[in-house]
Design a protein around this ligand. Structure first.
Ligand code: AMP
Length: 282
């Protein structure tokens, strides 16, 4: 069955309120569309855990720090609707820019410290845009639970912290990264890769996994772990590393791994920027 497609805030609120009045719990899966099996995993979990599932599809301009990246971002609403229908989504909320930002925005949500490194350092304003739009979506939908992928690990950490710091009554559910059979993390941006770039991009997973294995064998020195990954990345000249870091749960770089940590990478493959990460935890 096709989900109900709603473009405006008021009717979306009414549709959600009707379901809540029937005693259903509400699950929200925020996305930028061009849905793939990674998003699918979030939706399936929401479907199992909630009485009604809302998927938002909004390519959020204020989280893009490059106009070209925003313009080139894939937009596939009809296919997304079909996919949501197959997964039993109840409501798809697909507002346009004017609905979300009717005038100049003067209020932003800023998460400090957790955004100092990784993507926060290389994409100025990105997490401010993410946190602001997610807060708006939380206020519009008022979900019981919201689902986020571990593929965007810093984003997940930022949202969790925001919800804790601001007492936002939404349970955040984290979902493991879904990968292609050769290890490449699914991403809407993968569609932009040429066949050669697509093949080269597999070094990201292979490098991270090799370092994770060294960690599992007892290696704790961050520089040495990074060196193992770097050697594998370097086998493909198409891949240019933007950052490679070992960070703790607060997204701060560490020299030695002594607790839950994350090995995180961002890389340019041709003109496409990809991110991936590997948890270093038992
Ligand atoms: P996006 O549409 O890229 O903003 O992603 C929407 C949500 O899907 C975010 O919470 C992402 O972390 C999650 N997501 C994207 N790709 C994957 C993946 N390969 N595995 C798991 N979650 C993902």
């Amino acid at each position: 069955m096709k989900p109900e497609l709603i473009h405006q805030i008021d009717p979306l609120r009414a549709a959600v309120a009707g379901r809540r009045a029937r005693g259903l719990t509400i699950g929200l899966v925020p996305t930028m569309g061009a849905l793939h099996a990674g998003h699918g995993r979030l939706i399936e979990l929401a479907r199992r855990e909630c009485g009604a599932v809302v998927v938002s599809i909004f390519v959020n301009p204020i989280q893009f720090n490059q106009a070209e990246d925003f313009e080139r971002y894939p937009r596939t609403l009809q296919a997304d609707l079909d996919y949501c229908g197959r997964l039993g989504v109840d409501l798809v909320f697909a507002p346009d820019e004017r609905e979300m930002y009717p005038g100049p925005l003067r209020t932003f949500v800023n998460i400090e410290h957790l955004t100092d490194h990784l993507c926060g350092a290389f994409r100025p304003g990105h997490f401010r845009g993410v946190a602001t739009v997610v807060t708006k979506l939380f206020m519009i939908v008022q979900p019981d639970r919201a689902y986020f992928g571990r593929k965007d690990a810093q984003q997940l950490a930022v949202i969790r912290r925001m919800v804790a710091d601001l007492n936002i009554p939404v349970e955040i559910v984290a979902v493991p990264t879904v990968r292609e059979p050769d290890g490449l993390a699914l991403s809407s941006r993968n569609a932009r890769l040429s066949a050669e770039e697509r093949e080269a991009a597999t070094v990201l997973y292979r490098g991270l996994e090799a370092a994770r294995q060294a960690w599992a064998r007892g290696l704790r020195d961050a520089d040495q772990l990074k060196q193992i990954a770097r050697e594998i990345f370097a086998t493909r000249s198409e891949v240019r590393i933007e950052y490679l870091e070992v960070v703790d749960a607060e997204m701060q770089p560490v020299a030695m791994v002594s607790g839950p940590a994350l090995l995180a990478v961002a890389a340019w493959v041709g003109t496409t920027r990809l991110i991936d990460n590997m948890p270093l935890e038992p």
